[in-house]
Design a protein around this ligand. Sequence first.
Ligand code: HEM
Ligand code: HEM
Length: 256
Amino acid sequence: MSPLDDAKKGAATAAAPATPRFLKAIYVYEVPVRIWHWVNALAITVLAVTGYLIASPLPSQPGEASANYLMGYIRFAHFAAAYIFAIGFIGRIYWAFVGNHHSRQLFRFPFWNTAWWGELILEARWYLFLAKKPKLYVGHNPLAQFAMFWFITVGCTFMIVTGFALYAEGAGQGSWQDKLFGWVIPLFGQSQDVHTWHHLGMWAILLFVMVHVYAAVREDIMSRQSIISTMVSGVRTFKDSEIPADEVDPNRRAVR
Ligand code: HEM
Ligand code: HEM
């Protein structure tokens, strides 16, 4: 059996025969979580570029205006990516019910857990170069979980609700978008208010993406565990070699 197979069972690999077994790798992110992550990242990229262009259209385009369908294509790309984004998000919610422990972290916010807040502060200090050593995590660290909950779970829901409310204006009264999201525009005031909030939502998500990619690269280099390869292969590997495997529950948040 290869070490990867071993890791996929959440088991430990042997450092050497007849010595204590040490934790080297754990299977963390299942296939649907990884596929969703990369499809979602791509969809958000298309949505942000096309959304920006919807708000700030190109000042000119070549040839007769009637010979161009540029804004039509830009809006089509926005709506096609929006459907992929929304259906993917529903699929991701489904997977939180049927997937492993780590697939639920994105939707959880352990507000009443004081130890979790303590670890969040430690992680923030580590990011700010104020702590010498971070903790080891099987799944997401608390700071990442906090950011993902607010910017992705809440943020994506907000973008889907406001986006389909705007879409309902085009789809017309009686459309399913209007039946489901028709209440949103009156709630905000009028259409332009929803445009503005939908637009602001984009900048909130882009802020998350910039910090997220920086943190992923930084932690891949500086933390005690694999990061980027984990979102590709699903397997978390540990750089320290002194963690006895039988001390570790693969579902636990922090190893040490
Ligand atoms: C629009 C762009 C992106 C968005 C919205 C995004 C969002 C997310 C979300 C929501 C998760 C949690 C996954 C889950 O639990 O289901 C995650 C994890 C992760 N993302 Fe991204 N991501 C983006 C781009 C990237 C890029 C470009 C990279 C690589 C440089 C990356 C690296 C990772 C890694 C390594 C993790 C797992 C972190 C860990 O092991 O705890 N992401 N991302
Ligand atoms: C992360 C996801 C998304 C981002 C970053 C995004 C971004 C944007 C931006 C910046 C605008 C221009 C707003 C303005 O200033 O007028 C826009 C417009 C719009 N978006 Fe999104 N959007 C997202 C998701 C969605 C979704 C899920 C839908 C659902 C169908 C949607 C539908 C629309 C519609 C209908 C418009 C108005 C188009 C028009 O007036 O021509 N968006 N979006």
